[in-house]
Design a protein around this ligand. Structure first.
Ligand code: HEC
Ligand code: HEC
Length: 339
């Protein structure tokens, strides 16, 4: 009897051990099933925050204009607000029916520098305060913001330069300088100027561009590119793209790469760099079409004193390479880039 008892109890113990082990395995399996999704979720969160720091999925922090409402000094604030107003509604002050002078074509600065020069890849002013004065190859000289603003008055607005000591010039420069004051000196603000666009491997096609224009642009900019004035006639609702009220042939947009980039990422109105609707080909072709139309001429005998510095799409010779004006104006550019 005595000898049987320990045997029986050994069996029982063995059974218990087996049951306990089984219970542990089952418990472990249940725990695994319950926690796997949680662990995977945490891991995913961790990886995604990690990636944003590494270069695999870069998240860019784009420039934002400094806040005018943060200015406490009354006079300074008023001056800057006046500068913004001049940029947004230039035509009301200096257009053909301007209240101060009639010295420009009727465009507003913000027709090309969207929302008073604050839109990402909308030709904004984010890098002006930080990078000017700077050397520019077009003039072959160091340019101040004043000079650069007057460049646009004389070319993009096909007009007269402002007196650099005028109230208006000082307000415009104060505004541009203030909104870019949050960018470190010498640095380029993220998303300023234009977003890059790859070259086509063919010449941009003005005929195809005309079709793009008719389908996507004509409704606002009108059949002769003349745009549409507001009712008092002192400002465009839809600005002119060619003809006497448009930029002249010395302006930045007369270079096809500039207008193609502007259009691709900003037009038709409402498009941004994040949701373009034109294909690259459509952007280049419509740019070619617009710049094949008639517009005011400005002689610029002093531009590009060093012709080796001319941008590839600068449409006027002489050139340092052997290519003709036609190809510089419309491409294809691959062969030129190799030179
Ligand atoms: C028809 C379009 C157009 C209009 C209107 C226009 N600009 Fe411009 N502006 C440009 C283009 C394009 C550039 C860049 C040119 C380049 O880099 O070759 C530019 C460049 C500038 C720059 C330098 C920006 C930088 O980051 O270097 C300033 C400052 C400027 N414009 C101010 C003005 C002011 C002020 C007005 C109004 C008086 C004005 N612009 C009107 C097209 C325009
Ligand atoms: C819904 C109306 C609308 C459509 C469609 C439209 N635009 Fe514009 N466009 C505008 C407005 C408005 C501006 C001025 C933006 C501002 O002042 O905020 C402008 C500005 C421009 C400018 C710079 C200013 C100038 O006069 O040179 C160009 C270039 C331009 N558009 C080209 C195009 C092209 C090319 C298309 C077709 C692919 C197009 N736009 C379609 C409304 C439109």
């Amino acid at each position: 009897m005595n000898s049987e008892h320990p045997k029986h109890s050994n069996d029982t113990i063995n059974k218990w051990v087996a049951i306990q082990q089984l219970a542990r395995v089952i418990f472990f399996l249940i725990a695994l099933i319950l926690f796997t999704p949680i662990i995977l979720f945490i891991e995913k969160q961790f990886n995604s925050t990690d990636n944003s720091k590494s270069s695999s999925i870069p998240t860019v922090s784009y420039w934002r204009p400094a806040d005018i409402n943060s200015i406490t000094e009354k006079e300074k604030k008023e001056n800057i607000i006046y500068g913004k107003q001049l940029i947004a509604h230039t035509s009301k002050y200096f257009g053909p029916k301007g209240s101060i002078a009639q010295t420009s074509n009727g465009l507003n600065c913000q027709n090309c520098h969207l929302q008073a020069g604050t839109v990402i890849y909308g030709n904004n002013y984010g890098s002006v305060a930080s990078l000017y004065p700077k050397f520019r190859a077009r003039s072959g000289a160091i340019e101040t913001i004043y000079k650069r603003v007057n460049d646009c008055f004389e070319r993009s607005l096909n007009g007269k330069a402002l007196d650099t000591v005028s109230k208006e010039m000082s307000a415009i420069v104060a505004y541009i300088t203030f909104i870019g004051s949050n960018v470190l000196k010498g640095e380029k603000a993220e998303g300023s100027g234009f977003k890059e666009l790859s070259y086509l491997d063919r010449a941009a096609d003005t005929l195809k561009g005309r079709a793009v224009y008719e389908a996507n642009c004509k409704v606002c900019h009108k059949s002769k590119g003349q745009g549409q004035l507001n009712t008092p006639g002192n400002e465009f609702v839809y600005p002119a793209l060619w003809g006497q009220h448009s930029f002249n042939d010395a302006a930045g947009l007369y270079r096809i790469s500039n207008i193609a980039k502007y259009v691709k990422y900003n037009m038709p109105q409402g498009v941004t760099y994040a949701n373009p609707i034109l294909t690259d080909e459509e952007a280049w072709d419509v740019a070619a079409f617009i710049n094949s139309q008639g517009r005011p001429h400005k002689a610029t005998p002093n531009d590009w004193p060093d012709i080796t510095k001319k941008p590839i799409d600068y449409p006027f010779g002489p050139y340092a390479d052997g290519f003709y004006e036609e190809q510089h104006k419309y491409g294809p550019y691959q062969a030129m880039m190799k030179k």
